[in-house]
Design a binder for this molecule. Structure first.
Ligand code: 5GP
Length: 192
């Protein structure tokens, strides 16, 4: 998606060779106008999928999920990261290794907000090794809901997550795919 790629090119910076920092429009300060354009693009790509629930994980996915939910005419729900022994019984739970924080979180979602009637589109800001998406897909599976696919803002194509998830047969739509960030030079995949 050209609009997103242009924004990454002008405002993105590379940290430690492997982290893309886009906190001026996505991860800290948020550009709702850009989010709206991204939401419309996901709506276009998943138009035939009968989506009736958007699922994301706190924190950075929430803004995207909210605006996307408005486009799809449904509700958005986010999985919460919790401290280990504070586990409710009426939740589905899983463990997710955080790529940026380097630690494992317990992640939960209330059973009230993910049910077998739901046709779920999972959205997130980044895809790296795929741990966040795998965890969210596990929650969908536990609930008996139908996973229609995953939408990602920025996929780092040089990490394994995207390849692995597509090989599982999951419909994965990333709006920008970066195949290399070597020397801070961003190389985008054409077909995204
Ligand atoms: P994964 O679980 O696929 O390894 O990593 C995805 C999660 O880690 C995303 O939810 C995102 O918050 C974070 N993440 C991974 N790579 C990056 C990155 O390059 N930049 C930023 N800002 N976040 C990232």
């Amino acid at each position: 998606m050209k609009l997103l790629e242009d924004r990454i090119r002008t405002e993105g910076t590379v940290k430690n060779g492997v982290i893309l920092k886009v906190d001026s429009f996505l991860n800290h300060q948020m550009d709702a106008e850009l989010f709206r354009a991204m939401a419309k693009e996901w709506k276009r790509r998943f138009a035939d999928a009968g989506v009736n629930k958007i699922l994301t994980i706190e924190a950075s996915g929430i803004g995207l999920a909210c605006i996307a939910a408005e486009e799809f005419g449904c509700r958005a729900v986010f999985a919460k990261k919790i401290a280990g022994n504070n586990m409710d019984t009426d939740v589905y739970s899983t463990k997710i290794m955080s790529f940026t924080k380097g630690k494992v979180f317990d992640v939960v979602i209330s059973k009230r907000f993910l049910t077998p009637e739901d046709r779920v589109l999972i959205l997130d800001d980044f895809l790296a090794n795929g741990c966040a998406l795998q965890g969210l897909m596990d929650l969908v599976k536990q609930s008996g809901a139908t996973l229609v696919g995953c939408g990602i803002a920025i996929e780092k194509g040089f990490q394994e997550g995207g390849k692995r998830i597509r090989e599982e047969g999951v419909r994965l739509e990333s709006l920008a795919i970066i195949d290399s960030m070597e020397g801070g030079n961003l190389v985008f995949r054409e077909e995204a």
